[in-house]
Design a protein around this ligand. Structure first.
Ligand SMILES: Nc1ncnc2c1ncn2[C@@H]1O[C@H](COP(=O)(O)OP(=O)(O)OP(=O)(O)O)[C@@H](O)[C@H]1O
Length: 281
């Protein structure tokens, strides 16, 4: 299913007047394509994702999925956010089953599909390596396990579009790499149209067909980079690939040119971006 953003802008009304979060922007994600958004903190990436998910109205413009206008949250979308969003009172298995129950109640036969609900839940829990923890409560899982459960839940209703907002942002480096490997496995086997927000340029390059760079707030698209690596050849080890290193350098220099100095310093301190060897930050 194609995703199309046309002339979408957002202004928030606040105590100190209006905050313009997004300039009118256009963005397309083709059927089965994986597109990442990177940009300075506060440039409106999450706001755009919320608008695409139908969780936040746009001030101007329209979002369409498969040609149909998005007017609110829909079952064709799977969403994974950085914060833990599992229902704490349900077990891991019940969390993953939840979208299927919801789809059944909305009698969305298309989403029920031929596979039995219980079989699908088991397949997904095995895919994310949580079958053993199926009866645990979310609070009993580590952060990485909770995000694996959140990914399984997002995939349960067989969404045609996946929206992910820094899903691995709170994880340690090793768990993050494992999650990237898992997501690569998922997208190599199911070509789901995906819009992915991250601060990590390596992560964007490893996972994406295309990386879209935003300006600082109010966000607009300043550049788009195609990633010239076939899906089948992708892995977290690609960080050292020559072509990707060149792309990374280009993206970082764009971000450094556009990010505010204090934000650049914060990111460098946090290790969110890396300075290519021989260059000053
Ligand atoms: N509900 C809201 N009310 C008022 N202002 C908001 C609201 N949500 C976001 N904003 C403002 O809109 C701007 C964009 O925020 P957003 O969270 O989309 O940025 P971001 O690029 O995702 O940031 P980060 O990378 O730090 O997560 C910020 O200035 C933020 O303060």
């Amino acid at each position: 299913m194609t995703l199309s953003v046309r002339g979408v802008s957002k202004a928030f009304a606040g105590r100190r007047g209006e905050t313009s979060a997004l300039c009118p922007l256009d963005l397309d994600v083709g059927e089965g394509e994986f597109v990442s958004l990177v940009g300075p903190s506060g440039c409106g990436k999450s706001t755009l994702l919320h608008i695409v998910a139908g969780l936040e109205p746009a001030t101007t413009g329209t979002v369409t999925l498969g040609g149909e206008r998005v007017l609110g949250p829909g079952a064709e979308l799977g969403v994974v956010f950085q914060q833990q969003t599992l229902f704490p009172w349900l077990s891991v298995r019940e969390n993953v089953r939840f979208p299927l129950t919801l789809a059944r109640h909305r009698s969305r036969a298309r989403h029920a599909g031929p596979e039995r609900e219980a079989d699908r839940v088991e397949r997904l829990l095995r895919l994310v390596d949580l079958w053993e923890f199926r009866d645990s409560a979310p609070a009993e899982l580590s952060g990485g396990m909770q995000q694996r459960a959140a990914l399984a839940r997002a995939l349960a209703a067989q969404p045609e579009v996946l929206l992910m907002d820094e899903p691995f942002g709170a994880l340690d480096a090793q768990t993050r790499e494992e999650m990237q490997g898992l997501l690569l496995h998922v997208i190599q086997h199911h070509r789901i149209t995906t819009l992915f927000v991250t601060h990590d340029v390596d992560e964007a390059l490893i996972l994406s067909d295309r990386v879209v760079v935003f300006s600082e707030r109010p966000g607009r698209v300043v550049a788009t980079f195609d990633v010239p690596v076939p899906r089948a050849d992708r892995s977290p080890d690609l960080k050292l690939d020559e072509a990707l290193l060149r792309l990374k350098r280009d993206i970082l220099s764009l971000l450094r040119g556009r990010a505010r100095p204090e934000e650049q310093r914060r990111r460098l301190l946090l290790g969110l971006t890396h300075t290519p060897r021989g260059e000053d930050p």
